[in-house]
Design a protein around this ligand. Sequence first.
Ligand SMILES: NC(=O)c1ccc[n+]([C@@H]2O[C@H](COP(=O)([O-])OP(=O)(O)OC[C@H]3O[C@@H](n4cnc5c(N)ncnc54)[C@H](O)[C@@H]3O)[C@@H](O)[C@H]2O)c1
Length: 367
Amino acid sequence: MVVGCVKEIKKFEGRVGLTPSAAREYVNAGHQVLIETNAGIMSGFSDGDYSKAGAEIVEKAEQVWKRSDMIIKVKEPLEAEFGFFREGLIIYTYLHLAADEKLTKALLSAKVKGVAYETIILDDGSLPCLKPMSEVAGRLSIIEGAKRLEKPFGGSGVLLSGVPGVERGNVVILGAGVVGENALKIAVGLEANVTVLDINLKKLTYLDDLYGNKITTLYSSADNIEKSLEKADLVVSGVLLPGAKAPKIIKRSYYKSMRPGSVIVDVAIDQGGSTEVSHATYHDDPVFVVDGINHYCVANIPGAVSRTSTIALNNATIKFGLIIANIGLEAAFKASKPIKAGVNTYDGKCTCKGVAESFSLPYFELS
Ligand SMILES: NC(=O)c1ccc[n+]([C@@H]2O[C@H](COP(=O)([O-])OP(=O)(O)OC[C@H]3O[C@@H](n4cnc5c(N)ncnc54)[C@H](O)[C@@H]3O)[C@@H](O)[C@H]2O)c1
């Protein structure tokens, strides 16, 4: 197969679909790999690194799209890329189609085979290609939040670790999933006081066993949330109800009892956010203030640490990508349930139930 990787064109997106190391795996498996010139530069990978891995550097994105059987990306294709779609082309990337009718229709009308990272699902219900980005976002949420607590950034002037003789800062984490667990790890590492809330008692039990009296776990009731927020310096929300909008569990009415300059990092912003005032922001202007509370609502947090995120993403995507390249998409979705779940569009038909329902399209089950 000819496998191609183009430079991402979305604003402030530094990740790239293939690392040189992943490119080498495809080459070793007998595939031809095309890389658009400078595709990996924002993740710290030069054209030379890809050449050494056996890939061919191609000057123009258009040529990569034209010559490839499978395009491997990070973000969903943007309108400027729709013109490159053609019948039978495989696109393997995050697609997030349920939120993008234009892209869905463009993929369907061009009969592109769209395989979405975010719908690849394992038998235990986990999402292997989403997990690494939640890990990154969870860890970075504390680092970014800690920075925004500093006075020059408009924060309350609290150092999360405190110092001997001065109390530690309070971190409240809503949602004990992948984002929450990773935020917790960093917050405990910074020696802050940490409270974690979830509606899933199994997860709270696990964290209680793991961290003991280093953390406090609370059931995520309105009462507990409101009381925790009164003391919070930094709040991180990683709540998720699969397939639904994030619940708005942080009410604006709670802000009046919070300390001005406190920070809410709403990681769940990509599902609509968990405060009543959240709206998506970008890395160049990530924070807005409401009632004296700083809101950090970047929808692609991992893009800020593009090198780490690119490598983490490739570690997860390479396995399924190689199966598709080695035996072809048709044999791959017959042999692998996770890959079948990843196929969102095929031969002009919508093959993902959630996407079909979003736009009242007929759903077609692959067989
Ligand atoms: N902004 C970004 O750049 C970025 C990056 C990665 C992930 N995310 C988003 O972060 C969110 C969390 O992702 P995840 O991988 O951790 O999901 P996850 O499924 O692993 O965890 C979600 C957790 O939220 C809990 N939850 C649900 N309702 C709750 C409530 N009312 N109160 C408290 N907890 C509740 C669930 O029980 C679960 O433990 C998702 O929306 C994901 O898309 C955003």
